[in-house]
Design a protein around this ligand. Structure first.
Ligand code: KIV
Length: 290
């Protein structure tokens, strides 16, 4: 595995990444929430490839190499089959393609739940092989000991509570969480537990809005909402959902564009020109030197 964390601009098709600016840091992200208030909400998007990272990076504070890549990139039925190898390969690409955002890489299912030691080994591998600044793991109070173990050993951890997709088999689906008093209490406790354990931020996914607001007010670390509330300290979306790459998206997704149609129409134009032998044209064809 290459440990080169910069984009090779002599071989990349893209324009060179701008001269490295000072990259944001985990403490700088944490400081954006001061006295329980985040004046300017934090912006996070998922990224899985170097080119995608290059395009998103100037607009974001954080890029998340989410294990959602299992479904979005690999066509898997859930995030459960995602491996450490996949996360390391895509994490390294995103670090290579970015120069400004804090890059956070998801710990895949099965790589951290057994023990804090297992989590440390997996997180250390992710950080060494990708150059990312932090890892994210799912779970609240049950993961507090692990979060504390990692953060006391120099591994910044973003927690993820509420709807935790790696637990889809236990939860029985992807429905919003927190509709009963018991669930509400659990999610708020989870938020407090991960903050006390040393997480630098927490993703709150798929919960009824009052719970997201309650957690945001109860913890001193930034909360990053997805299907949560505009009152969270920041927001995240899966980039392909935001771009309009998929027809079926959860209620909480806003499709800011219709890239699926753009790709489809572009492919149709190409196919028509190939079939008509009008591509390649003169401009795309090499001729012998005279
Ligand atoms: O894997 C992912 O993309 C995520 C976000 C949806 C928060 O965890």
């Amino acid at each position: 595995m290459s440990t080169t964390f910069t984009l090779d601009t002599s071989t990349s098709r893209a324009n060179p990444t701008p001269a490295p600016l000072k990259r944001l840091t985990v403490p700088a992200i944490q400081r954006r929430k001061a006295d329980g208030n985040t004046e300017e909400p934090l912006v996070m998007l998922t990224a899985y490839t170097a080119r995608q990272a290059q395009l998103l990076d100037p607009h974001c504070d954080m890029l998340l190499v989410g294990d959602s890549l299992g479904q979005v990139i690999y066509g898997l039925p859930s995030t459960v089959p995602v491996s450490l190898d996949m996360m390391c390969a895509h994490g390294a690409a995103v670090v290579r393609g970015s120069y400004h955002s804090v890059v956070i890489v998801d710990m895949p299912f099965g790589s951290y739940e057994a023990s804090p030691q297992q989590a440390f080994e997996s997180a250390a591998r992710i950080m060494k092989e990708t150059g990312c600044a932090a890892v994210k793991l799912e779970g609240g109070e049950a993961m507090a000991e692990t979060i504390s173990f990692l953060s006391r050993r120099g591994i910044p951890v973003m927690a993820h509570i509420g709807l935790t997709p790696q637990a889809v088999n236990a939860l029985g689906g992807y429905a919003a969480r927190g509709r009963s008093d018991e669930e509400e209490k659990k999610i708020i406790n989870d938020g407090k537990a991960v903050a006390e354990a040393g997480a630098f931020a927490v993703v709150i996914e798929g919960v009824v809005e009052p719970i997201a607001i309650a957690v945001t007010q109860a913890v001193s670390i930034p909360t990053i909402g997805i299907g949560a509330s505009a009152q969270c300290d920041g927001q995240v979306l899966v980039t392909e959902d935001m771009l309009g790459m998929f027809e079926r998206v959860p209620r909480f997704v806003k499709r800011y564009n219709d890239v699926a149609t753009l790709i489809s129409e572009t492919a149709a134009s190409y196919a028509a020109e190939v079939r008509a032998r009008s591509f390649p044209g003169e401009e795309q064809t090499y001729q012998p030197k005279k």
